[in-house]
Design a protein around this ligand. Structure first.
Ligand code: ADP
Ligand code: ADP
Length: 229
């Protein structure tokens, strides 16, 4: 479950400017695929199309053979978890921020979901408990801590498909390395699309796609790409 395909995907925000110019990707269920390339290549756009923030203007995206335009928004959002680069947190408790999107969840249910998603270690790495308030009157979270909350928020959904859109790019390299190990462990068993800045953070990917100006210009394993220079 979680076989993702892009078939001739084209997209433009404006009719007169094509951003993605025919993308074909076949990501087997459970595989990790990294998408790298220069800024402006269309990497984030690819992620937005999967979540249907926008619809493709040509071709199609399927999950387990079904066109995502035929899936309800609720099931699409249950199937896919996205961790963005910059996370804006509410001036509420850490628990509230993690449970955001899970309307009606009680603090006990949140705590239970956090344990169930095996992300308790994430929470322990935060300065305080789930009931600590984020924001100017309470705690100021660092960039790394905010990303831990964002990752926890995504993981309590336990999505079979995970999109990490430069989830650690804004962090210093030490914090990035810290979070990286945890990210790699939560990618296990999920179809994962990692949008990355540095090739060095995606050594573990089954396949790396190089996107340039809306086209896949190269793909292979990390070793293969290094060999080809
Ligand atoms: P090659 O084309 O170089 O022979 P393979 O197709 O054998 O490479 O795949 C190498 C690795 O990449 C394997 O671990 C395989 O599971 C994984 N893989 C193959 N195709 C894809 C894909 N489309 N997406 C993600 N991983 C893939
Ligand atoms: P990347 O993630 O590879 O840096 P993006 O997918 O963010 O690239 O952007 C690809 C191109 O689409 C860029 O030229 C960018 O300026 C343009 N773009 C991104 N978002 C929008 C938008 N909401 N409206 C119009 N153009 C956009």
């Amino acid at each position: 479950q979680g076989h993702v395909r892009f078939e001739g995907v084209q997209f433009g925000y404006d009719a007169d400017r094509q951003i993605l110019k025919g993308i074909d990707l076949d990501i087997p269920a459970g595989a990790t695929v990294a998408v790298v390339g220069p800024s402006g290549a269309g990497k984030s756009t690819l992620a937005r199309l999967m979540y249907r923030f926008y619809d493709v203007t040509g071709g199609r995206i399927t999950i387990d053979g079904q066109d995502i335009r035929e899936v309800t928004q609720t099931s699409l959002r249950a199937a896919i978890g996205i961790v963005p680069q910059d996370t804006v947190l509410f001036n509420e408790t850490i628990g509230y921020n993690i449970a955001y999107g899970r309307e009606g969840a009680t603090p006990e249910q949140i705590a239970e979901a956090v344990r169930g998603a095996s992300i308790a270690g994430f929470i322990q790495a935060l300065p305080d408990g789930l009931d600590t308030r984020v924001g100017e009157r309470g705690l100021k979270l660092s960039g790394g801590e905010k990303q831990r909350v964002a990752i926890a928020r995504t993981l309590v959904k336990n999505p079979p498909i995970l999109i990490l859109d430069e989830a650690t790019s804004a962090l210093d390299s030490r914090t990035e390395a810290d979070i990286q190990a945890t990210l790699e462990s939560i990618e296990q068993g999920r179809t994962t699309i990692v949008i990355a800045h540095r090739l060095s953070t995606v050594v573990h990917a089954d396949r790396i796609i190089v996107l340039e100006a809306g086209r896949v210009v190269e793909q292979g394993t990390h070793a293969e790409l290094l060999r080809e220079g």
